[in-house]
Design a protein around this ligand. Structure first.
Ligand SMILES: NC(=O)c1ccc[n+]([C@@H]2O[C@H](COP(=O)([O-])OP(=O)(O)OC[C@H]3O[C@@H](n4cnc5c(N)ncnc54)[C@H](OP(=O)(O)O)[C@@H]3O)[C@@H](O)[C@H]2O)c1
Length: 233
């Protein structure tokens, strides 16, 4: 049987794009999504191969089924999208919080629901959380909350979707990702000093860890920290 496709939700930028590039480079059929249809198509063309781009907004989950209607058989589903929300309980922005909570918890779940009939029995789902789950900082109220929710989502999906596999990856700050690579040098150095390995996690290491969770058939229900040892500090 031919391989199913690799669908990367949030594949137009950052870590998702890096994974999309990797699998497209391996000759896989890849689907990348972002919010805008034209931008997603342009990104897919830049990745090359048989990559397709789809625009969908995870913060408006009712529209997701229609946007994904053209996707066929899926082997790997990667949920990596994020719309960052710097939110604190003291200065709580309800709209920003609702956008991220909807995107990450309802939107991610609706994507799985919609694609379920097209996920093969040997398919794997990979959900991106982040180290803010265990290492909160001022302004991480919503991010820490949704990353905690990712842990619950993994557990329930493993049970409900068996024999499909579902895992989560929780990266620390990925130093060469577009989100962080232009941070001020003093902040970069402070993060390096705090990391037991003495260097920040890289996008290549995140791709490598993602492949492990997606491709190793024994991995199921795992919450993998990719953090250079931060959790030991
Ligand atoms: N980068 C890091 O250091 C780091 C650290 C810890 C955890 N993470 C986690 O890793 C994942 C990837 O992070 P990243 O830094 O690579 O992200 P990123 O570069 O900011 O990319 C975010 C992606 O999400 C899409 N997106 C944003 N809002 C969306 C919406 N409402 N509906 C659908 N798609 C939407 C974007 O598409 P468009 O812009 O094209 O719309 C883009 O493809 C995230 O879940 C993040 O929490 C990252």
């Amino acid at each position: 049987m031919a391989n199913g496709s690799v669908v990367v939700v949030g594949g137009t930028r950052g870590l998702g794009l890096e994974l999309a590039r990797f699998y497209a480079g391996r000759g896989r059929d890849v689907v990348v999504t972002g919010r805008d249809q034209a931008a997603a198509e342009a990104c897919a063309a830049e990745i090359g191969g048989s990559t397709r781009g789809i625009g969908l907004n995870l913060a408006e989950p009712h529209g997701i089924a229609d946007r994904l209607s053209g996707v066929g058989d899926v082997e790997y589903l990667i949920l990596a999208a994020i719309d960052r929300d710097a939110n604190s309980v003291r200065e709580y922005d309800v709209d920003a919080a609702m956008r991220l909570v909807t995107l990450k918890l309802v939107g991610y779940t609706e994507v799985v629901h919609v694609l379920l009939p097209r996920l093969r029995d040997d398919a794997a789902v990979l959900i991106f959380g982040g180290l803010a789950r265990d290492r909160p900082y001022p302004g991480s109220t919503t991010v820490t909350t949704v990353n905690g929710g990712v842990a619950g989502l993994v557990r329930t999906l493993v049970i409900e979707l068996a024999p499909l596999r579902v895992n989560a990856l929780h990266p620390a700050i990925v130093g060469d990702s577009p989100q962080w690579r232009d941070m001020p040098p003093e902040r970069f150095e402070a993060l390096v000093r705090r990391t037991p390995t003495g260097r920040l996690v890289t996008m290549a290491q995140v791709v490598d860890a993602s492949r492990f969770l997606l491709e190793n058939g024994a991995m199921n229900g795992i919450e993998l920290a990719v953090d250079g040892g931060w959790l030991c500090t």
